[in-house]
Design a protein around this ligand. Sequence first.
Ligand code: SF4
Length: 496
Amino acid sequence: MGATTPAANVLTDRLLRSWLRCRRRAWLDRHGDPAERRWTAHRNLQLDDQQRCFVALLPERPGHGHAACAAGAAGVVGLRLKGDGPDGERLEAHPPLLRRVKGHSRWGAFAYQPVVARQGRRLTREHQLPLALMAQLLEQEQGAAIPDMLVVGGGGRRLERDRVGFSAALRRQLADSLRKLAADLERNSPPALAADRRKCTLCSWRASCNAVAVADGHLSEVSGIGAKRRDMLQQLGIEGLQELAAADPDRLAARMERFGEQHGEAAHALVAQALAQRDGRVDHLDRSPSLPELADVPGVLLYDIESDPDARHDFLHGFLRLPRQSDGRWDLAAASYHPLLVLAEHGEERSWQRLQRLLQRYPEWPVLHYGETETLSLRRLAQRQGASEHELLALKTRLIDVHARIRRHWRLPLSSYGLKAVAAWRGFQWSQPGVDGARALLWWRQWQGSGPDRRGSTHALRWIVRYNRDDCLATWAVADWLLAADPASADHHVQP
Ligand code: SF4
């Protein structure tokens, strides 16, 4: 599902929100080739959150359009507002919800305020300014001033309300942003890629922008370079991956130190990483065994969690049980997958008991996972459930982060050391291409939303479990490569 293409020359709340997130994104929304857009689960998750928040705020069904406003409905959806901006621009806004408040409007002894829902915990300009645009147009429409607007959050689970005053300063910021947005949209070519490319993971233009970043050797393509370091390097005259790879590390370290000692220390690693990516080089950084804990164990458990971060709920703990044969070979053909689904109503105690039972069934088996999430979640859960110091220590020793081992032992020709990038580099293929954590969360919400018997979307549950199992297998693909590349463990390969 993509955004609707805004009519030419009209500035909309949606364009403004895109622009606040990334100037290039607004330009692409207006002028980009729609065929290059990729569906992202993020927008659907946002709409789902919004729906929950609005139901929690106004349990009765809202009315629709002008007629509902005239009738004084408590909530109104589907109103498209139009008007003119301070410089004569044509403006449009489509408030997701209007809420009846005290006041006097052309409809009677009441008025409306616009409401938006936020995802995440913070209220930002991305909420405030589109909301201000809605308020400005609504003032014209209802013939009454809007002293404040409302932002709701918490995904409907624990409704949070933030009142945003429609101050003179906010009006000025809105006029200023609209002016800059209009100027950006008139450009013949798109603005530069976002300085902080982390926001690209949620953007429907990411495929085309990634291609541009690779083709241009954009600095953000070098693993370890975020917005801040990129700025720093640009100030030093280093504009891209090629220049960074060609830089003298000692001289660069001396120059980067002026931004702080830690940046000087990072210079050698950054140049080496750029070289690895430029030349497709794989560097062995630490020749000691990368997974010594696996030397004599009877098997390993590959572990991956799926979470709903807003609800702080880990809804699936997936384990792939991978045994070892008597000759020491890993037996992937005999591997079995054990998904532990955790419903909120099960309660944490029961989840912890189930997890403990599974872990205790294989006491000698290390638990391999990729990244910090699993360790943090499991240990926090254990702590909350009153595990002893001894149990916590045993858990800590047993959990092995494959990502940390890769980082310590190898430098790879990759722009990311995330599971998707590293496992794909090893030739691993997910059975459901293009799926990510956000899509799995959306499936979870769809499954949960399918009624008390939850029979409506067992497909969704099957897809989540399959995705999680693939992540466990991908973790193994990386661990297996580590073992194979380890001189000391070269004879313990998985069977072909
Ligand atoms: S993918 Fe990134 S750079 Fe491209 S438009 Fe989206 S946020 Fe901007």
